[in-house]
Design a binder for this molecule. Sequence first.
Ligand code: ARG
Length: 574
Amino acid sequence: MASLEQLLDQRLAAAFSAVAGGPADPVLRRSQHADFQADGALTLGRRLGRPPRDLAAEVVRRARLEDLCARVEVAGPGFINLTVADQALGRLLSEVVEDVRLGVPQAAVRETVVVDYSAPNVAKEMHVGHLRSTVIGDAAVRLLEWLGHRVIRANHLGDWGTPFGMLIEHLLDIGEAEAAHELSVGDLDSFYRAARRKFDGDEGFRERARRRVVELQRGDPTTRRLWRLLVEESERYFLAVYQRLGVRLTGDDFVGESAYHDRIPEVLEDLERQGLLRESGGARCVFPSGFTNREGEPLPLIVQKADGGFGYAATDLAAIRHRTRDLGATRLLYVVGLPQRQHLEMVFEVAREAGWLQPPARAEHVGFGSVLGPDGRMLRSRAGTPVKLIDLLDEAVARARTVVAEKNPSLEEAAREEVARAVGIGAVKYADLSTDRVRDYVFDYGRMLSFDGNTAPYLQYAHARIRSIFRRGGGETPEVSGPVVVSEPAERALAIELLGLADVVDGVAESLEFHRLANYLYGLATTFTTFYERCPVLRAEAGTRRSRLALCDLTARTLALGLGLLGIPAPDRM
Ligand code: ARG
């Protein structure tokens, strides 16, 4: 089923190419002057050296739009304004109302997609950067799965490398029981800091830590057991955060850096065989093309350090190779903060040069900016330490509880708790997903929990309010089937908005710019408000009432679906 915009685009494209004598883009978009406008005649005019108005007129004459448009007019320098026929809107909407997928088709090409996200570090507190990665990655997983792709969740846990020497030695110093206790109550940072302090100030400790890393990499059983203890305690804690957040990640999705350790030798061999490895200062490096430092010298990606150890780059290379060759993935998404852009781009380039990342397989850095405090600086707690994620979430839910109680004092206790969670967590996620992800945003409870503006509570409330129309509709669920008929301007505006879902979802699946989906939902909710003010629903006569109820129902379903794709619940009552 093609969307309204796709239908218009196809018909116009045929006419444009006929006029141009070859492919020509109609450049179709939504319009203030009509429902849609096509600006393609302007570029085409420049290309052919002909007056755009003449070209536009010719396109209008040739275009087969009778069944879709009530009016097609040339305006200004050569725009084509299109007014969609009420009948066409009604016909398309009647189909969408009957469709469980709300007019959004599954992807034409189903891919295996690996989403690399969340990725906190063992024995370290999750910070707001991990929150962003978790929330954005979760939305990507939900959206791509819903489109029919095979999605592999990869929580690239930081569970390997030099810090584990000092962490294990510290664990031995304080005893296993005490360590397990500190880690299980989520006091990860003080554990890490205590280890770090000894490492920085005590030569003997430093030496023990160094030897311990070697033991770990060698696979010494006692060392491995202690390491597992650290990893397991941290994983337990991270899972509690995921559960609070309501994201899809499970214990099975932890595929930490350590999981790639045994694959590193193959990576080295492969690079060596292809002549890509070079020695530099004792380290073994690849110099991917296109990367230079400020002096214009080639930049190395260090695969094996001078001391023989492997770092972050080596595991990332092994992970790519595994994901494309063994898992058969063609799309690799890395939901990682923007400061790691260069690292990732270098890793991708090396993988391409080594032949592990060949079309159609490709890797994308789904980068994001920082979360700022009210002072516009990196978000910190009052004590100046990094904020604990779990505290942030608890606070959001506590505040939501108050807001919800004010808004609807009659809600029973259990329902209120449920709604407070949906609103509190939803607000945190939506604040993140509704801003262009490459930008920084200010973490502001007041704004994210407001019932006005582009927020989760506003959308959740809009959804619940529509559901309440059905509850008021006389006990029994009002009939929503039957043809949809639109005629009033506010009805038409809502219809066009509703028919736009498929195109938005399509674009977001490609760009992973979830703020576009958020903006769409916000636009839909405000359009609905105008419709509901202007067009009586329950008081309308039978035929109109049924059709308008169908519009209400479809709006509620679209809001719930859209929020759901963002990982945000839409309760029926609030
Ligand atoms: N653990 C890393 C960090 O906390 C993020 C890992 C991102 N994923 C990757 N494949 N490099 O910064």
